[in-house]
Design a protein around this ligand. Structure first.
Ligand SMILES: C[S@@+](CC[C@H](N)C(=O)[O-])C[C@H]1O[C@@H](n2cnc3c(N)ncnc32)[C@H](O)[C@@H]1O
Ligand code: SF4
Length: 330
C-alpha cells in the first residue's frame, strides 16, 4: 500500500457554463450537459477529502450551473481548505447562504477587466455591474453575520486587452474587500485571437508591477503563476533601468522549477464531471480511474499512477509529461 498524500482535490461537478469567455477553450465544448451525480460527489468526498489539504470546486467549467449545487454543498464540511472558483455571474441570495453554511473558506471570482467594456468583452455573456453587485452581496452577508469566511479572491487572466487596466483591477479589489489576487497570463487556445497573447514589452512590465505594488501596499495577498513570473523576469532582465529583482522570495520559476518538472501531477487529483480522474489538467492520455466504478485507494495504487508519482523523484520524466507545455518552463 502506498502512503496517500494529496495537496489538492480539484472537482468539476459539471461541464456546463453560462458564458463564452474570449479565451476559454471549454466554451466550445459541444457536450456541455454533464452533471456529476450527487452520490458520486459524496463518494469522492468520503474517500479522498480525508487525505487532502485543499479542495477546489471548478477548474474548467462553472459549478454554479449544477442543478443540485445545494446538495453538493452538504458534503463540503471538511478540515481541508475549500475553494469555489466561479465566474461570479450566478451567485445569488440563496447560493451565497448555502456557500456560507457549508463553511467554504474561499470564493475566487474570475475578474478580467476594471472597465465594463473590457470585462464584458472578455467574459462574453457576463455583465460587469452584476458581478460587482454579487460580490457586494457576499460582503453584506458576511458583515450582517459578523463572519470572515468565505474570504474573497480575484483570479485574473492577463492579456493584451486588460493588462493596462491591471492597477485599476487591484484598486477595485481593494474596494470590494478582496483578500487575494491570483494572476496568470492568457494561454493560447484555438478560440483566442493571437494578438491577445502577452508580449515581452516594458508597458506590460510597468502595468503589472504597478498592480503588484498596489496589492502589496493594500495588504492583498498576491500570487503569480510561474509562467507570468517568467515573462516578467524576462522583461526585467532586458530592462537595465530596473535594479531590484521582482520576485526576491520566489519559489517559482527561478528556483524550484529549474529541474524542469512542473510537479503538479504528483500532488493533485483532477476529477471530471463524469467521475473520471486524471493527475492534472493537462493529462492528455486515458484517465487513471473512474469514481463511478472504482474506489479511491484502488485508483491510488494502480500501477500507472504509482509509476507516474515515482517518476517525480527521479531524473527521468514521465513519458507523457515531455509533451506538456508546462513540463519545462525554462
Ligand atoms: C476555466 S475557468 C472555470 C471556472 C469558472 N467558470 C471561472 O470562469 O472562473 C477557470 C479559470 O481559467 C481561466 N481561463 C480560461 N481560459 C484561459 C486561458 N486561455 N488562459 C488562461 N486562463 C484561462 C478563467 O479566466 C478562469 O479564471
Ligand atoms: S466562465 Fe469560466 S468556464 Fe465559462 S467560458 Fe468563462 S472561463 Fe470558461
Amino acid at each position: 500500500m502506498n502512503e496517500v498524500n494529496i495537496d489538492r482535490v480539484i472537482v468539476d461537478i459539471t461541464n456546463k457554463c453560462n458564458l463564452k469567455c474570449m479565451m476559454c477553450a471549454n466554451r466550445c465544448d459541444p457536450s456541455r450537459n454533464i452533471e456529476m451525480p450527487v452520490e458520486v460527489f459524496k463518494k469522492i468526498a468520503e474517500q479522498t477529502f480525508p487525505y487532502a489539504q485543499k479542495i477546489w470546486l471548478s477548474c474548467s467549467y462553472e459549478s454554479l450551473m449544477h442543478s443540485e449545487f445545494n446538495k453538493i454543498m452538504g458534503y463540503l464540511d471538511t478540515e481541508c481548505e475549500t475553494t469555489l472558483i466561479t465566474n461570479g455571474t450566478l451567485l445569488n441570495e440563496d447560493n451565497i447562504e448555502l456557500i456560507i453554511e457549508s463553511g467554504m473558506d474561499w470564493i475566487f471570482i474570475s475578474f478580467d477587466g476594471a472597465k465594463k467594456e473590457t470585462f464584458d468583452k472578455i467574459r462574453n455573456g457576463a455583465r460587469f455591474e452584476k458581478v460587482l453587485s454579487n460580490i457586494e452581496m457576499i460582503n453584506e452577508k458576511k458583515l450582517n453575520k459578523n463572519i470572515l469566511n468565505p474570504e474573497l479572491g480575484f483570479m485574473v487572466t492577463l492579456m493584451m486587452s486588460n493588462i493596462i487596466e491591471f492597477p485599476e483591477i487591484v484598486e477595485l479589489a481593494r474596494f470590494l474587500k478582496i483578500s487575494s489576487i491570483h494572476c496568470k497570463p492568457v494561454h493560447k487556445t484555438s478560440v483566442l485571437p493571437d494578438n491577445e497573447m502577452l508580449i515581452a514589452d516594458d508597458m506590460i512590465y510597468d502595468s503589472f508591477t504597478e498592480g503588484m505594488n498596489l496589492a502589496k501596499k493594500y495588504g492583498i495577498e498576491f500570487v503569480v503563476s510561474t509562467d507570468l513570473e517568467k515573462l516578467m523576469c524576462l522583461i526585467h532582465e532586458n530592462n537595465i533601468n530596473n535594479s531590484s529583482p521582482l520576485f526576491p522570495n520566489s519559489a517559482g520559476t527561478t528556483n524550484s522549477r529549474r529541474r524542469g518538472w512542473c510537479g503538479e501531477g504528483s500532488q493533485s487529483l483532477q476529477i471530471l464531471p463524469d467521475g473520471q480522474m486524471k493527475p492534472c489538467t493537462n493529462w492528455a492520455i486515458a484517465p487513471i480511474g473512474d469514481f463511478t466504478k472504482d474506489n479511491f485507494l484502488d485508483i491510488w495504487n494502480k500501477d500507472t499512477f504509482v509509476k507516474f508519482r515515482k517518476a517525480f523523484d527521479t531524473n527521468t520524466p514521465w513519458k507523457d509529461c515531455v509533451n506538456c507545455e508546462y513540463y519545462m518552463l525554462e
